[in-house]
Write a new protein. Structure first.
Length: 443
């Protein structure tokens, strides 16, 4: 065992249960707060399907029910949970304005909502409508980050921006299209992030299919020419400029693929104090219950992350066997592997002092929950343990309890943000609720 991993296991929660290897693969019944997992590329089983990967081998979608009376999510000892907002329709991404106001993408109504900043004193707070009539709004960023003049919103079909000054809770001008005509088939979540200097904005565009099994063939020369303008391992045809993170300037005059092979980077975050971009990875289906894993990863300029040809390094997808041997050894392996089919949606780094000291610098991620797996997994919030700004690969169950039985769930975590007071805000897009998680000590 490495000295780094030994330190992680010893502090601060010496009693935390640690699962490695095959023991890290489990279902919802083994998810109390505090359980830790470390999944390594060497732990992955071989794929069990792949003859016709575009066709579901089975579906096990959850039945969403109302939250049981008086029930709240499970969190570690010393933490409390309250309802920050309710009655929403598919709330997803949450972003905090510099003045502390809480912006929420209500994807189900096409609106961006604003809640006043500060902790809730009890009753859920009421929002104002900042913008509406958008196609499934999702990502939100403020530009420039510290003294913003614009709010950018990633709708399914385009990136738009609105004039903004700190404290605005309603757009003072119409939507201005910055990037138009983004295709909307299959994965539609368009998260946004911004560099510290405000000069680079990033938009995630997920794939149009599970594994791009029907792309027409290209010759090696055609592939080389295509990759010169689209990036290493970039897919084509209906997948052109899909399964990528794109980077553009604030005016949208230039746009290019920043990283490729990311099947669905549905959530992005900048690691505090750096310009290191992070993504959540929703991996492909129909290769088995435990493969390939979802993930959290830093995103390198020019990096290629495998889809559709490979996964988690140079593991070849059966749907593309023998097609791209030139890519072997060129695939960037994600730093933190998450149990397969968890549907890792959003990620945020903790940079406040309201939680215990050991949480500072760690990342939190929402797992929306599985559908293509016989035994449910996901439906929780996890904490990724970092050490001196580097991921250890270990993650810990933090907020659980949304699954009632093998069929029914009462919540699906979607968005996550760190409020100005240091509490965590977590959106549940199944029952339209935003939870506030705070630390009150162990009394």
């Amino acid at each position: 065992m490495s000295s780094l991993l030994s330190l992680i296991l010893m502090a601060p929660a010496q009693s935390a249960e640690m699962r490695v290897g095959a023991d890290a693969f489990a279902d919802w019944e083994s998810d109390p707060p505090g359980v830790r997992r470390h999944i390594r590329p060497s732990d992955l089983p071989p794929p069990t399907n792949g003859n016709d990967p575009e066709e579901p081998d089975f579906e096990n979608r959850p039945t969403v029910v109302d939250a049981p009376q008086g029930v709240m999510p499970d969190v570690p000892q010393g933490f409390t949970v309250q309802v920050f907002a309710s009655g929403l329709k598919q709330p997803r991404v949450i972003r905090i304005a510099p003045n502390g106001d809480v912006f929420v993408a209500e994807s189900g109504t096409g609106r961006v909502l604003v809640f006043p900043g500060g902790p809730s004193a009890g009753a859920p707070v009421k929002p104002e409508v900042f913008a509406e009539d958008l196609d499934r709004p999702y990502g939100i960023v403020f530009s420039p980050p510290t003294e913003p003049q614009r709010v950018y919103v990633g709708a399914a079909n385009q990136v738009v921006r609105f004039p903004y000054r700190n404290g605005d809770r309603k757009a003072t001008g119409p939507a201005e299209v910055v990037i138009a005509d983004i295709p909307t088939s299959r994965h539609w979540t368009r998260d946004l992030e911004i560099s510290r200097d405000g000069n680079r904005l990033f938009v995630a565009v997920g794939s149009a299919s599970n594994v791009a099994a029907e792309m027409p063939e290209k010759t090696p020369d055609e592939i080389r020419q295509y990759e010169e303008t689209h990036g290493v391992g970039a897919s084509w045809d209906e997948e052109e400029n899909r399964a990528v993170v794109r980077v553009f300037d604030p005016e949208g005059r230039t746009v290019r693929n920043y990283a490729t092979g990311l099947r669905n980077c549905s959530g992005m975050a900048m690691q505090p104090g750096t310009d290191t971009l992070w993504c959540t990875g929703n991996e492909r289906d129909h290769l088995g219950a435990n493969v390939p894993p979802d993930y959290l990863t830093s995103v390198q300029d020019g990096g290629f992350y495998g889809w559709p040809w490979h996964y988690i390094g140079s593991n070849e997808d059966p749907a593309h066997a023998g097609e791209r041997p030139d890519l072997k050894g060129r695939v960037t392996t994600p730093e933190a592997l998450i149990q397969a089919h968890s549907s890792t949606l959003d990620v945020v780094f903790y940079d406040k002092d309201a939680l215990p000291r050991e949480y500072r610098g760690d990342a939190f991620a929402t797992l929306h929950g599985s559908w293509n797996r016989e035994e449910k997994t996901g439906y929780k919030v996890i904490r990724l343990l970092m050490k001196e700004g580097k991921p250890t690969g270990v993650y810990e169950d933090f907020m659980t309890g949304f699954v009632l039985d093998d069929d029914r769930v009462w919540g699906r975590p979607a968005g996550i943000a760190v409020a100005q007071d240091g509490a965590l805000l977590v959106s549940d897009d199944a029952n339209g609720t935003i939870f506030r998680v705070a630390y009150k000590g162990s009394e």
